[in-house]
Structures are given as C-alpha cells and as structure tokens.
Design a protein around this ligand. Sequence first.
Ligand SMILES: Nc1nc2c(ncn2[C@@H]2O[C@H](COP(=O)(O)OP(=O)(O)OP(=O)(O)O)[C@@H](O)[C@H]2O)c(=O)[nH]1
Ligand SMILES: [Mg+2]
Length: 280
Amino acid sequence: MIHEPTETPAGDDPSSRHVMLHGLLGESVCRRLGIYHIPDDLVLSVVIPVYNERDTIHQILRQVRAVPVKKQIILVDDCSKDGTRDVLERMRAEETDLTVVFHDRNRGKGAALRTGFRYATGQLVIVQDADLEYDPSEYPKLMQPILEGKADVVYGSRFIGESHRVLYFRHSLGNRFLTLLSNIFTNLNLTDMEVCYKVFRREVIQGIRLRSDRFGFEPEVTAKVARFVVPPLGGRPARKCRVYELPVSYNGRDYSEGKKIGWKDGLQALYCIVRYALAD
Ligand SMILES: Nc1nc2c(ncn2[C@@H]2O[C@H](COP(=O)(O)OP(=O)(O)OP(=O)(O)O)[C@@H](O)[C@H]2O)c(=O)[nH]1
Ligand SMILES: [Mg+2]
C-alpha cells in the first residue's frame, strides 16, 4: 500500500502489496478501500502537543511510528509537570527520528501547535494528540483526498460513521452545537469542528497566522481555513482552500482516565468562533 523501506520488514514491502492488491481488486475498489500509492518522496509532519501525558507518550509514539509513511515527528512539551518532560529529554538525546521542543512555561495546546508547525518540513502536516483517543493507523485514509489532488485540508469526524467509545452525551451535544455555530459563520458544512485530526498541506497551515494559545485553536484554524486562498501555482490560478471530511474512530477517555477539557473550554470555543468570524 504505502512504503517506507526503512520501516518495513524484508519480504513485506507495502509497495508490492499495493501492486498485488491492485491486480486482484482493481483500481476503483482499491481507491475506495484507501489502498493507493503514496509517493516515495512524501513526508508527513506529525505535530504532537504534549502536556502531562506520562502514561500514554510511549504508546502513542509506537503507534505513530508504526504508520507506514515517511514521517517527521515533532513533539512539543508544554511544560509538563508529571515527569513527561524528563521522558522527552531522554528521547531527544537518544531517538534521532524525533524533533523535541520544550516550552518553558505552560501555554496551551494552541501555542504548542504553533511552535510545532514552525518546525514542520513535510508536504503534509497532521495534528496528533498525545493521549490515545485517536488512531494513527488512520493517517493514510486522511491523507488520501490531498494526495489525489482534491483537497488542501482534511478534517476527521467522530460523528459520521467510524467506531467510537460511548461516552458523554452532553459533551457530544456541546461539540455539535459548537460545530453548528462555526458552520454558520464559515459556511462550511463540517460535522466535527473540534476534532483533533486535521491534515493540512504545509503551505496552508504555515500560511495562516494563528493566535489562540489554548483550545481556541480549533475554531480559529477552522475560520481561517474557510477564508484561506491558496496562492497560484504554475498555470493554476489562486483558489479557495478545499476542505474534505472523513470518518475517524474515537476512543475517548473519561475524567478518571485523565480527561482535562471542561465547560470553560466550551465557553472559550464559543468566544473564539465569534471572534475569529469577525476579525483576524
Ligand atoms: N489540556 C491541555 N492539553 C495540552 C496543553 N498543552 C498541550 N496539550 C496537549 O494537547 C492535546 C489535547 O489535549 P486534551 O486535554 O487531550 O484535549 P481534548 O482531547 O480536547 O480533551 P480530553 O482528552 O477529553 O481532555 C494533548 O496531547 C495534550 O497533551 C495544555 O495546556 N492543556
Ligand atoms: Mg484528548
């Protein structure tokens, strides 16, 4: 399917698997199943904001590394206080495939992402939370509309069909309400504005000026993606940013497992939806 020779056991080359499956199933079935060729020179920058994620950091990294795509992995520690910082300091010294950056005070997810995006050099950039709520094996599916030339940005959605842990009804209602309000202002028909999984062509995310330090990132980036004009390239004229949405699974955690988001973050999101609809 996809290939990254250095990460693939001998005799199990995804690119030959891809050719074999194409031979068996044909082009259109493969496309629908998300089996497609990823160019050799494609690099996906995975930006991971990290705050007090000692219990999950090793496993999420294992899952990210297991995705058979060439990756630049950028971890931004947002001044964790639970020992995560020491873990990441060791990783920075020992694990050369990682870019690890430290904030010297806690600034929030949005600020951590801004830092991470500055380091991104891949053609595509994805946001990956450091808990285990989202599944990195879904990256190839999420990259597909961009690699097929149909999209500049792809949002996951927890509300349109993949499996999800059954959890807080009121939170999902809150999410749907925030998405509705955001859509009213942006005129995008998203179903899950607050989702973590957002993939951007790098020029898009590095061409947007972001300000929100905390969870205002999600409504802010959505408002700015909706307005973003992709500059002309070769003979192609400037055009509005094309956004796609695909189902993603969601293994939500509860408060006893470390869930941190609360009603104040909901209010902050409300404010940001209106604020970034009206001004930059
Ligand atoms: N809560 C929080 N997360 C941060 C901060 N800085 C970076 N992050 C990271 O941002 C990502 C998202 O944070 P989460 O607290 O998981 O937010 P969420 O997924 O919307 O909400 P829950 O997991 O339900 O609490 C995680 O990888 C965090 O480690 C911060 O200041 N506060
Ligand atoms: Mg989370």
